[in-house]
Design a protein around this ligand. Structure first.
Ligand code: APR
Ligand code: PHB
Length: 389
């Protein structure tokens, strides 16, 4: 088989890229290791920057976001059970859209299906080859038979554990990493959200977040040791701990119910540099990971897709390779802004095991400054709603 762009990975990055390419008349094939149902069963964050919504519009997949998404013009920050609001709209005139990543992926699959796009599921042993030549290709197995796709470019949209990044020679790749000494225990429950806006809470017992998917579906998280056995966290234990960490009025208003999903996720920051090697481009989680504080993961993947899509359009329409040559530099500049912001937000909102009284006093000062300084709030708002592409 031959295509113009072979896309490894059918998560949001790969699907959005193939959808945009298709609308620009550029052919692609998406190779996905998992089944369609498995990809749609993954629960991820749920906040879209305004620029991400614009990208979904550009891809023709924003109808449902605009009907079912919840526009948020601010968020709550809490310290020791009392809170204050960051008013995105008043501070910078922009907001975010609360809409689950699973729904974004759903909309993208529907669009690819409607357009007759090629997404091949359950591929095994996917491997890109000859990436530093003008004729790269990708091999994979399906139902025991070997296949090969020849292409002009390979887009590595295969997440943190995929094969694309591994194909870059070790002496070319620089990796930057921070692993945080705690995880997030997340619960999804069919209960009305405790607040119409998100609440990020710093508490002596650890961080907590009240989020939502829709008016009947809530998403809550508490900071917990990453190796805590899940069976220690009965629903009652989770709700009790969440109540202790939320602002008092929210704790009193909290409606609880059975959890329909419960899991602990580790927190890490990671960046691979460069994001391009020869004819391979890394996109989304294949190139970088952020801790979930601030929900930048999907949004960063979408901005990578934007830069790569513009670069490929320039290449095919005008024979101009400046976008391709600049992809890594341009994408990484925005990536580092989000890495910095989510590191700062994580550091400011969590309790660290080794935190000294000095560290604690600095954290308290940071939050009090945020509470009283319009410029500190504007800085947070600008980063939270998303820096321009
Ligand atoms: N061959 C084919 N597909 C693969 C392979 C492989 N060898 N390895 C991984 N994949 C697929 C995974 O099954 C997954 O569906 O690549 C896809 C990568 O998707 P994501 O991990 O969702 O990454 P991405 O599309 O970059 O999305 C970034 O989604 O993962 C979240 O937190 C992340 O919010 C961020 C956003
Ligand atoms: C979520 O709703 O899952 C969510 C929201 C905001 C975050 C992280 C996760 O910062």
């Amino acid at each position: 088989m031959r295509t113009q762009v072979c896309i490894i990975g059918g998560g949001p990055s790969g699907l959005l890229l193939s959808q945009l390419l298709d609308r620009a008349g550029i052919a692609s094939v998406v190779l996905e290791r998992q089944t369609h149902d498995h990809v749609l069963s993954r629960i991820r964050a749920g906040v879209l920057e305004y620029g991400s919504v614009a990208m979904l519009e550009q891809a023709g997949v924003a109808d449902r976001v605009h009907v079912e998404g919840l526009p948020h013009s601010g968020t709550f920050l809490a310290l020791q059970n009392t809170g204050f609001r960051i008013d995105f709209d008043a501070l910078i005139g922009k907001g975010v859209m609360v809409y689950g990543q699973t729904e974004v992926t759903h909309d993208l699959y529907d669009a690819r299906d409607a357009a007759g796009g090629t997404v091949i599921h359950r591929v095994e042993g996917t491997r890109p080859h000859d990436l530093d030549t003008a004729s790269p290709y990708v091999t994979y197995a399906l139902d025991g038979a070997e296949h090969r796709i020849d292409c002009d470019f390979v887009a590595g949209c295969d997440g943190f554990h995929g094969p694309s990044r591994q194909a870059i020679p070790k002496d070319v790749l620089t990796e930057y990493e921070r692993v945080y000494p705690f995880g997030w225990l997340g619960v999804l429950s069919e209960t009305p959200p405790v607040s119409h806006e998100l609440i990020y809470a710093n508490h002596p017992r650890g961080f907590a977040l009240a989020s939502m998917r829709n008016p009947q579906l809530s998403r809550y998280y508490i900071q917990a040791p990453v190796d805590d056995p899940l069976d220690r966290w009965t629903d009652d234990a989770f709700w009790d701990e969440l109540r202790r960490r939320l602002p008092h009025d929210a704790a009193e208003a909290l409606v609880t119910g059975p959890s329909i999903e419960k899991s602990i996720a580790p927190l890490r920051s990671y960046v691979a540099d460069p994001m391009r090697w020869g004819r391979l481009f890394l996109v989304g989680d294949a190139a970088h990971i952020v801790p979930p504080t601030g929900a930048k993961g999907l949004n960063l993947a979408i901005s990578d897709v934007h830069y790569l899509f513009e670069a490929l359009k320039l290449h095919y329409a005008q024979g101009d390779d400046s976008g391709i040559d600049g992809y890594s530099r341009t994408a990484l500049a925005r990536v580092w802004n989000a890495i910095r912001f989510s590191w700062w937000f994580t550091t400011t909102m969590h309790r660290f095991p080794e935190q000294t009284p000095f560290d604690q006093a600095i954290q308290d000062a940071e939050l009090r400054h945020l509470q009283t300084s319009v410029s500190a709030q504007r800085n947070l708002a600008e980063n939270y709603v998303g820096l321009p592409f």
